[in-house]
Design a protein around this ligand. Structure first.
Ligand SMILES: Cc1cc2nc3c(=O)[nH]c(=O)nc-3n(C[C@H](O)[C@H](O)[C@H](O)COP(=O)(O)OP(=O)(O)OC[C@H]3O[C@@H](n4cnc5c(N)ncnc54)[C@H](O)[C@@H]3O)c2cc1C
Length: 1008
């Protein structure tokens, strides 16, 4: 470097532009390779200034002269940018830009790319240079001849200087990159992908191809490449579970090598993709031994790989990095008080540099993690209140309202700016926007009159677009805000909707049968419901079902059905099958109440839960087979072909589909509807881009027990310990279903679920010391009433993925689990399948009426798929998120579920009171009943001791354990039912319901 500057000085008067260009190239090369900061040496700094001055003078004297070629200009720019001292060169860049701009058309690919790269690297977003470059690059097919490295440099340059709106240029770059996807170097690939992410490129096939290449080259990525790739794939929504799983493993290996921004990007990308729950982060010996599988997958990965590096980089993080780390931590459900404290301190020091999005994310993360950092949240509320909120989207407004209401931070200034923003935006709200904003404000008790007036007038125009769930939330919110007229209108709408489709009989479409036969593969919930709905509309339907008969195999678990609109449309009444519940509790493993809600506490009153009271109000609980039976009995005889399995299908020449069955037979269909569940044959054959089973990191064990326990009567409860969770609900009015789940690697899950005896031992080891009746419930469940399986879902489908252009008129579609399988933790799979079935029949009928039989079928399918996927995608994601939360310490936070019906109840305070008074799961044996005890306590009543008389020790005559005959056993009378039967608790904690004659006071033991 010293020699270079000395030579330049010696010959300065003689140098021409070629010499200068060589000097700059050499300087760039030497500076990039230099390990020391050469610029700190005075002689070098002076040398650089002299070189820049000479160059500027020469360019100024003769800016457009033919003897300064484009090549020399490109070299000068490149060398100057590589010198790393661009900022020290001042006006030099303007002079250079003026010289470069008119000569760009003469550059070859490398010179053009290098020039763009140099200006971007120097941070000089010279409009003239970039405009001219874009013109040249887009002219003809000039980019098509660019090698991958040059494409990468151009993409990087334009995205770095913020020219991401150059849509024409990025489209041309995509076209060119598509031709050379496999020729990119690892660094070129990751840089190009992240440039495309910054530019919001939407060319999905190209992006997926680039993501596949990233996956192949992952082993060669350094920390920088990895961070860029993970961030870009997550931002663009490309890449599958396998890619992110491998990236998570690589990130763990590189965790000490990330720059601060790289670390924030990689953590954000893994959290955003939701795939860091892959098996890589499960600590287990992957054997079938009964090792403790206390794994919270995401959280563990976060703790192992990222917590320490984040601590180390805290001081160097900018606002966005801090916000990304906090947000990712919440997404990974990683509760770490020291890290929260450190992040909070760092953020408070520079909150003024946070933009609106960063503050929102930061505050949301802390509330989501249940960290009550009042000082931080007060600062965040003030920061938000001082910013312009009128550009927030409806979901963002709802999120902010949720965040601060949940934290109890009802900052008046913030809520009133939020209300003004929502009020202005209300005219553009969609049905979903309206529901989330009105719900959030009502839930926060922020019933701003002007806001609700604006929301109400928007709601009146959207009334036909509300589905059942949205209608429910909107109705509740406006009821609370006192908008009686709108509530009445919404209720009429609900009735009207039900009224227009009473079983569908009279809605049969004349001529529907002319469409030809619709074949449904799968006679589960979705397939049976589709058959009912389609036959109501007059379509000719055949269902193929693998099972040899209705009850050919164990189909047993309980469902919660919440879609009254779909049931109504199907003409199904489930009242007689409902195993009702009127309260819902969350307990810790030792039985403390963590949350409670339900009709039993509506308005502070305990509902009569006596034997004559049927129905659980909004939801119906019943065995899956009972629902399936109700659907199948509505179908015309011989519609279902039992014992018939679809093997494959192919389009026929006349627009239909030819089906081949596993018995070798074939059949023709005008339309094939794949309702064949999560392992769908139809979906597999469609070979959808990016499709794969996604193991969510959990095992689910199911059981059904006939034993009677007071806590299980007409009640749903869940118990959590931060890792394992059990959910217990009425299966029928005389039996109880439980669902126990815990994290495990896929291999352990598969091994463990092969043998129910081993599984039972394992779960008893986990939960044997949990509060009663959990151990007794598990013990009382016969092995033949138990089953277990690893939990899977699939990536959320985009309508274009299900129906790509190449197959736009295919007469094949999917519904139910085949289209959108989800984890069972939000109890939505069957509800979505029922809604899909009604939607399919309605859309087909509408389109066939409009376009005629054949064109109508083709026109209906994309419309149906778009609506179905839009609705169900939300529940797939929410179910996956819930699966994560329920198996981490987040599940242990008290009062996470609000008591919606009792507006003035402070749930957190109520829970503290219950704990202070010792009211817990064991209070279920109180003769007055748990709900009554809880209701009395939270309404401020003094808890009186239970009436003595009914806790009388007794003898009960019953067959118990493995005995073959009945005998007298010691017990206690807990309660006498209205029917006169007695609820008796045995000494091991289990209970039975016995007729009066079979119970005797202990003093009067009777020999038999
Ligand atoms: C433990 C648990 C609890 C749940 N709880 C709830 C809940 O409370 N609420 C809720 O809404 N949802 C719940 N679900 C989800 C719900 O059960 C499913 O989403 C729903 O059953 C999906 O219906 P489906 O018809 O799409 O698929 P399935 O019910 O799986 O039916 C698919 C049918 O297709 C048949 N089949 C498969 N391949 C072929 C082939 N090639 N040819 C012919 N037939 C074929 C199968 O034999 C099967 O009968 C729960 C799920 C589980 C596992």
């Amino acid at each position: 470097m010293t020699a270079l500057f000395q030579n330049f000085k010696r010959y300065e008067s003689l140098v021409n532009v070629v010499h200068l260009s060589c000097c700059w190239s050499t300087l760039g090369r030497l500076a990039a390779a230099s390990e020391q900061d050469w610029f700190n040496d005075n002689a070098s700094a002076a040398g650089l200034a002299a070189l820049a001055a000479k160059t500027a003078a020469m360019l100024t004297e003769n800016p457009t002269s033919g003897d300064i070629r484009a090549r020399e200009l490109a070299n000068i720019a490149h060398g100057a940018a590589k010198s790393g001292r661009a900022a020290a060169l001042g006006d030099f860049w303007t002079v250079l830009a003026n010289a470069v701009e008119p000569r760009l058309g003469e550059c070859n690919a490398q010179e053009l790319a290098n020039t763009c790269w140099a200006f971007a690297k120097a941070g000089v977003a010279h409009e003239g240079v970039f405009n001219a470059a874009a013109r040249v690059l887009c002219a003809g097919a000039s980019l098509d001849s660019f090698p991958p490295q040059e494409l990468c440099n151009v993409a990087w340059a334009f995205s770095s200087v913020g020219r991401v709106d150059d849509k024409r240029l990025f489209a041309a770059l995509c076209r060119a990159a598509g031709r050379s996807v496999e020729s990119f170097t690892t660094q070129g690939l990751t840089t190009t992908l992240s440039s495309f992410a910054k530019a919001g490129v939407t060319d999905l096939p190209l992006l997926r191809a680039l993501a596949t290449q990233v996956h192949r080259k992952l082993a060669q990525c350094n920390a920088h490449d990895l961070a860029a790739a993970v961030w870009a794939c997550a931002k663009l929504g490309v890449g599958d579970a396998a890619l992110f799983g491998a990236a998570a493993a690589a990130a763990e290996r590189h965790s000490d090598r990330f720059t601060p921004a790289g670390l924030a990007n990689v953590v954000w990308g893994l959290a955003k993709s939701g795939h860091c729950a892959s098996t890589v982060s499960c600590q287990s010996d992957c054997s079938n031994r009964l090792t403790p599988l206390t794994i919270a997958v995401d959280s563990q990965l976060f703790a192992r790989a990222f917590e320490q590096p984040i601590h180390r980089h805290l001081a160097a993080f900018n606002a966005q990095d801090l916000s990304s780390c906090a947000w990712s931590m919440a997404k990974a459900t990683h509760v770490s008080p020291p890290l929260c404290e450190a992040l909070s301190r760092a953020a408070r020091d520079c909150l003024e540099t946070f933009n609106t999005q960063d503050v929102m994310n930061f505050a949301w993360a802390f509330v989501k993690l249940g960290v009550a950092d009042a000082e931080l949240l007060t600062s965040c509320a003030a920061a938000l209140a001082s910013q312009r909120l009128d550009e927030l989207s409806a979901p963002q407004i709802a999120n902010v309202a949720w965040t601060f209401a949940t934290a109890g931070q009802m900052d008046t200034a913030l809520f009133s700016s939020l209300a003004r923003a929502a009020q202005t935006a209300a005219v553009d709200f969609t049905a979903d926007d309206l529901a989330s904003v009105s719900w959030a404000f009502a839930n926060a008790n922020q019933l701003d009159e002007r806001l609700f007036k604006a929301l109400a007038s928007r709601a009146a125009t959207l009334i036909d677009e509300f589905d059942e769930e949205v209608l429910d939330n909107v109705e509740w919110a406006f009821h609370k805000a006192g908008h009686r007229a709108l509530v009445k209108q919404l209720r009429q709408r609900r009735k009207g909707r039900a009224g227009t489709e009473p079983g569908g009989q009279q809605l049969a479409l004349p001529g529907a049968s002319k469409c030809g036969r619709i074949v449904i593969a799968g006679g589960g919930i979705g397939g049976a419901a589709a058959a009912v709905a389609l036959q109501h509309r007059g379509f000719d339907v055949q269902v193929l079902e693998t099972d040899s008969s209705f009850d050919a195999r164990k189909q047993g678990y309980g469902l919660t059905v919440q879609c009254a609109d779909a049931l109504q449309a199907l003409g199904i009444d489930l009242a007689q099958d409902d195993a009702p519940s009127t309260s819902h509790y969350t307990f810790s493993a030792d039985g403390h109440i963590l949350a409670f809600f339900g009709e039993a506490f509506g308005g502070g009153k305990v509902r009569d839960t006596g034997a004559n009271d049927t129905g659980s109000g909004r939801f119906v609980h019943l065995p899956r087979q009972a629902l399936r039976h109700r659907l199948l009995e509505k179908i015309a005889p011989n519609t279902v072909r039992w014992g018939t399995k679809l093997r494959s299908f192919e389009p026929t020449g006349n627009g239909g589909v030819s089906l081949t069955l596993t018995d070798g037979n074939t059949m023709e269909a005008a339309l094939l509807v794949g309702c064949d569940g999560i392992f769908s044959t139809v979906r597999r054959q469609l070979a959808l881009a990016g499709d794969a089973l996604n193991y969510v990191g959990l095992v689910v064990v199911l059981g059904i027990s006939d034993a009677v326990f007071p806590l299980c009567e007409r009640r749903i409860f869940e118990t959590v310990d931060g890792t394992t969770r059990i959910y217990v609900m009425p299966f029928t009015t005389t039996s109880t279903m439980w669902q126990l789940s815990f994290p495990a690697t896929e291999e352990v899950a598969r091994n463990l679920t092969k043998d129910v005896a081993v599984l039972k031992k394992d779960i008893l080891r986990r939960c044997g010391d949990w509060h009663e009746p959990i151990p007794s419930l598990l013990r009382s469940t016969p092995l033949e009433c138990m089953s277990g399986y690893p939990v899977y879902d699939r990536p959320v489908l985009e309508p274009e993925t299900l129906r790509p252009l190449s197959r736009s008129d295919a007469r094949v579609t999917l519904l139910g689990d085949a289209a959108h399988p989800m984890t069972p933790f939000k109890a939505q799979g069957a509800n979505q399948a029922l809604r899909d079935a009604v939607l399919l029949a309605d859309t087909l009928a509408e389109c066939v009426a409009q376009h005629g039989p054949q064109a109508g079928l083709v026109a209906a399918l994309p419309v149906f798929e778009r609506k179905m996927l839009r609705r169900s995608s939300r529940t797939v994601i929410a179910s996956r998120d819930k699966a994560k939360q329920l198996h981490t310490r987040l599940a242990l936070q008290p009062g996470r579920k609000g008591q919606r019906d009792a507006a003035d109840l402070n749930v957190s305070e109520a829970i503290q009171t219950l704990q202070a008074r010792g009211i817990s799961a064991s209070s279920a044996t109180d003769p007055r009943g748990l709900d009554a005890v809880v209701a009395k306590c939270i309404s401020g009543g003094v808890d009186e001791p239970a009436p003595e008389a009914q806790l009388e020790p007794c003898w009960g005559w019953a067959v118990r354990d493995d005995a073959e005959e009945a005998a007298w056993h010691k017990g206690t009378v807990l309660r006498i039912r209205k029917s006169g039967k007695m609820v008796v608790q045995w000494q091991d904690g289990s209970t039975a319901i016995l007729a009066e004659d079979f119970v005797q006071p202990r003093a009067k033991k009777r020999k038999h």
